[in-house]
Write a protein that binds this ligand. Structure first.
Ligand code: ITT
Length: 193
């Protein structure tokens, strides 16, 4: 294994998923949970880029990774989206279900998105996006995963939520798994970090 790649995130669930995928190609990950300010912005990539700006200005040494992600619900006009962390902390899963009461079934269509930002050893930035369409369940099920996983039923699965799936199953269908796969494909072309 090469030197561990630093992943700036406060979220252990993200680390577990990324580490499992990178381990398959012999790359190790080290979590740095110092955190960075999340700017208010319209897109996940803007939030991630601003996070990289802040980290670089505050002593982070490339190469490193960070990631911004969110759940976008059709019937809520894309909410919570870039505010997903705040919504999870304040409304929680019951609050999201309450917002969807009375919304027609089609409004439960949703997608997860992730923007994985890799700052390479030369300080150049590479953004990788992953998306996963699905829908919000009527009630939470499953004990695995993290965050909104008990409520999210991905398209292309068998009706189980992410939280009811094995980590490997989520990695194949999920937004983060797809962003990480794009990152690994790019590393294969450019060499290891
Ligand atoms: P960082 O330190 O990496 O920012 P965070 O948890 O604050 O960690 P974000 O700012 O990217 O992460 O906010 C995304 C929110 O969406 C957060 O509450 C996550 O728990 C949730 N989320 C992201 N990916 C998820 C996934 O794969 N499954 C369930 N919830 C997810």
């Amino acid at each position: 294994m090469s030197l561990p790649l630093t992943f700036y995130t406060t979220n252990k669930g993200k680390v577990a998923e990324l580490a499992a995928q990178l381990a398959q190609v012999g790359l190790a990950v080290r979590q740095d949970a110092r955190g960075y300010p999340e700017v208010q912005a319209d897109t996940l990539e803007e939030v991630a880029q601003a996070g990289a700006d802040w980290l670089l200005a505050n002593g982070a040494t490339p190469p490193f990774l960070l990631e911004d992600s969110g759940l976008f619900v059709d019937g809520l006009n894309g909410f919570p989206g870039v505010y997903s962390r705040h919504a999870l902390d304040t409304l929680g899963l019951p609050g999201l279900l309450a917002l969807l009461r009375g919304v027609p079934a089609s409004g439960r269509a949703a997608r997860f998105e992730a923007c994985l930002l890799y700052v390479d050893p030369a300080g150049r930035r590479h953004a990788f996006t992953g998306r996963c369409a699905g829908r919000i369940a009527e009630a939470g099920t499953g004990a695995g995963g993290f965050g909104f996983d008990p409520l999210f039923v991905p398209d292309g699965g068998d009706g189980r939520t992410f939280a009811a799936m094995a980590p490997g199953e989520k990695a194949v269908l999920g937004h983060r798994g797809r962003a990480v796969a794009a990152f690994l494909a790019s590393l294969r072309q450019t060499g290891k970090p």
